[in-house]
Structures are given as C-alpha cells and as structure tokens.
Design a protein around this ligand. Structure first.
Ligand SMILES: Nc1ncnc2c1ncn2[C@@H]1O[C@H](COP(=O)(O)OP(=O)(O)OP(=O)(O)O)[C@@H](O)[C@H]1O
Ligand SMILES: [Mg+2]
Length: 94
C-alpha cells in the first residue's frame, strides 16, 4: 500500500530583512564625517577602493541609507568598465 509522506511542519522562521553588516564602522564613520564636512563648507570626494568582494558596494549602500535617513537626497551613478565597453558619463538614479 502506498502512503503519502508525513507532513512535517517547517521550523519557525524569521524573515531576513537586512543582510548582516560586520565591522566597517570606522570606514562608515569617515564617510559620514566627509558628508558632514561637505554640507558645512563645500564638496568632498571620497575614494573607496579595495580588492574584489571586499565590501565596497555594501559600505556605500549603507552610507546611502544612513544619509537618506538623515534627510539627504542620495543620487547613485554607475559607469561601465572601461575595457568592456566605451565608457559613458555616469547615469544617475534616485
Ligand atoms: N560589512 C559586511 N558585513 C557582512 N557582509 C558583508 C559586508 N560587506 C560586504 N559583505 C558581503 O560580502 C559580499 C561582497 O560585498 P560587496 O559586493 O559589497 O563587495 P565589493 O567590494 O563591492 O565587490 P566588487 O569589487 O566585486 O564590486 C556580499 O555578499 C556582501 O553582502
Ligand atoms: Mg561592488
């Protein structure tokens, strides 16, 4: 006789609302400080550099969300990699 498999309830799950963000407090603080300086007396340029997968994009996403929370209008631009296509000016999106 064929019996259907037993129905096992899944364990209680908790939705992941945000990826973990470990460390990088110093770098985030430096970028927030640069933004505050720019707001006080002019533009600032911050260069975030590091090996592939080191967390540059994640850091900048955090910064963007932090600044938006503080009332900033955050614009994000991307450029193509120079060796893949002809480089273009950055496209901005809100
Ligand atoms: N501070 C962090 N805490 C936990 N996970 C992180 C942190 N920073 C990055 N990650 C994770 O590491 C992975 C790579 O991060 P990310 O894409 O930000 O790196 P990247 O430096 O922008 O990489 P690439 O050079 O390829 O653009 C992602 O899965 C991301 O979720
Ligand atoms: Mg990246």
């Amino acid at each position: 006789m064929f019996l259907p498999p037993p129905v096992v309830p899944l364990p209680q799950t908790v939705p992941i609302t945000e990826a973990p963000f470990v460390g990088r407090q110093e770098e985030l603080a430096a970028l927030v400080a640069a933004a505050a300086e720019a707001a006080a007396d002019g533009a600032r340029i911050a260069l975030v550099t590091g090996e592939a997968g080191l967390g540059k994009s994640t850091l900048l996403e955090r910064l963007g969300r932090r600044l938006e929370r503080d009332g900033w209008l955050v614009a994000v631009g991307h450029c193509s990699e120079v060796d893949r296509r002809r480089p273009r000016g950055p496209g901005l999106r809100r």
